[in-house]
Design a protein around this ligand. Structure first.
Ligand code: CA
Length: 228
């Protein structure tokens, strides 16, 4: 499997290249949009990891040019924290997924594997996460359970997205704090507990089947009961 990374920050680029090579991928690195586009147009890559903020051509322009020319290889783009509009824009332009900086390498690798497993032409539907009757639409920023619309704040949406992407996995509070709040977990804060409680009311209260569970002393997990 061949991956192209387009990233202008040398440290991030080298780190990604090294990590992905060690994970068994063949990796090329371009440091600006024009080079990235040139390489991508060769059409040899199974996946492109595309930074949004690039000198010259930015990530959007690269993505647009590729899709415009009919190249449908999956694109995972890297975006700045809290740029919700950016994420929506990227998905609308035909990116397959996005990752918010800073991210852990494990998270990136998990996304890369998911995208490659899903294969080409995932289409719009790949922007919808589903667990049981709960659906989260990344593009429309919409959540439904049993077809009924649920209104969430931006943080609640981010929290639910994380829980759904990694459903079945117990997520420690420290991980949730760093991924959703960009903060290091501090034992005297109950921000996460409060947010989980609110999310639970919205997601689970009206339903007999509960999806969000507390694992005492460990963290939280989102899963459908039959998965146990
Ligand atoms: Ca950049």
């Amino acid at each position: 499997m061949k991956i192209l990374i387009v990233e202008d920050e040398p440290k991030t680029g080298d780190y990604l290249r090294q990590g992905l090579s060690e994970a068994g991928f063949v990796v090329d690195l371009a440091q600006d949009g024009a080079d990235g586009l040139h390489l991508a147009l060769l059409g040899e890559y199974d996946l492109i990891i595309l930074d949004v903020m690039l000198p010259g051509l930015d990530g959007w322009q690269v993505l647009q040019s590729l899709r415009h020319r009919g190249l449908q290889m999956p694109v995972l783009f890297l975006t700045a924290r809290d740029q919700v509009e950016d994420r929506v824009k990227g998905l609308e332009l035909g990116a397959d997924d996005y990752l918010v900086k800073p991210f852990s390498f494990a998270e990136l690798l998990a996304r890369v594997r998911t995208i490659l497993r899903r294969g080409r032409g995932g289409g719009l539907d790949s922007n919808v996460l589903r667990v049981a009757d709960l659906e989260l639409d990344l593009l429309r920023r919409r959540v439904t359970r049993g077809g009924k619309r649920i209104d969430l704040t931006a943080k609640e949406f981010g929290l639910l997205e994380l829980l759904m992407r990694r459903h079945g996995e117990v997520l420690p509070r420290s991980l949730i704090a760093s991924q959703v709040w960009d903060m290091n977990f501090d034992s005297d804060t109950n921000v996460i507990e409060v947010a989980i409680r609110r999310l639970r009311v919205k997601i689970d209260e009206e339903h007999e089947v509960k999806l969000i569970h507390t694992v005492r002393g460990m963290g939280y997990v989102l899963e459908a009961p039959e998965a146990r």
